[in-house]
Design a binder for this molecule. Structure first.
Ligand SMILES: Nc1ncnc2c1ncn2[C@@H]1O[C@H](COP(=O)(O)OP(=O)(O)OP(=O)(O)O)[C@@H](O)[C@H]1O
Ligand SMILES: [Mg+2]
Length: 229
């Protein structure tokens, strides 16, 4: 569903993503794990088109999106939940979700969105900025989902969220995977979370993949070693 080949991303002279090649099939959840500063956000920003890549090809469902603008990439089926959630604090919950609707050509927020996130229905007229961190994370996921993506990217969805809410987010992502034909890619540092949701785990280190395993073959001690400073 997503296929990336020889991707290279730089900030000026400094190469942050080096020659990455990987693909993620339909209905797989992939976790890309790595310490701070290893290139997770840079990778996601280049996939969604916020950052230009210097080399490489990105394909969604066989369509080359490498040279498209972000909004065109979204139209082609990729959606992004940024690190820190980046919801619009002064818009209501409903208005925040509606910002995603244009691409899907729907007029109204579909019921299945509120079924996945009952708390957002309850709070639909509240300002986004007044929600808790966990609720804002749900809002950011809802906003991405209404574009009806084939590939959903989530950049560190558990950051700054308490353990009980982390469990809720894991349940929601597993439910989304059950309900839709969707490929999910999360970047993370929390192994207990990725073990709940991922089919496959990859470790990124200084812009390169250094380890990869299916979840049922994961050696947690080894991954924890990669993740500790
Ligand atoms: N705008 C920028 N200009 C120059 N260098 C940058 C810029 N943004 C990030 N970097 C550098 O690129 C590297 C990768 O950063 P990135 O934000 O992708 O890491 P990350 O894995 O997402 O980290 P974190 O877990 O802290 O979010 C870091 O060394 C960082 O300092
Ligand atoms: Mg990051």
């Amino acid at each position: 569903m997503l296929s990336v080949s020889n991707l290279k991303v730089c900030y000026g002279q400094s190469e942050v993503i080096s020659d990455l090649t990987f693909s993620v099939p339909k209905n797989e959840t992939l976790a890309i794990m790595g310490r701070n500063g290893m290139g997770k956000t840079t990778l996601f920003k280049s996939l969604i088109g916020i950052l230009p890549s210097s080399e490489g090809v990105i394909q969604i469902d066989g369509v080359d999106i490498s040279t498209l603008e972000s909004y065109q990439r979204v139209e082609n089926g990729i959606a992004y939940v940024p690190q820190g959630r980046m919801i619009f604090p002064d818009l209501t919950v409903k208005e925040n979700i509606e910002t995603g609707l244009e691409v899907s050509k729907l007029k109204e927020i579909p019921d299945d969105i509120y079924a996945l996130f009952p708390v957002l229905r309850e709070m639909r007229n509240r300002k986004g900025g007044n929600l808790s961190g966990g609720q804002q994370q749900q809002l950011a996921i809802a906003r991405a989902l209404v574009t009806n993506p084939k590939v959903l990217l989530l950049d560190e969805p558990t950051e700054g969220i308490q353990p009980s809410i982390i469990k809720d987010i894991a349940n929601i992502l597993n439910e989304i995977k059950q309900l839709r034909d969707i490929t999910i890619i999360v970047s993370e540092q929390v192994l207990s979370f990725t073990m709940e949701i991922a089919d496959r785990i990859i470790v990124i280190d200084k812009g390169k993949f250094i380890h990869e395993n299916m979840r049922n073959q994961v050696d947690s001690h080894q991954i924890k070693k990669y993740l500790s400073v």
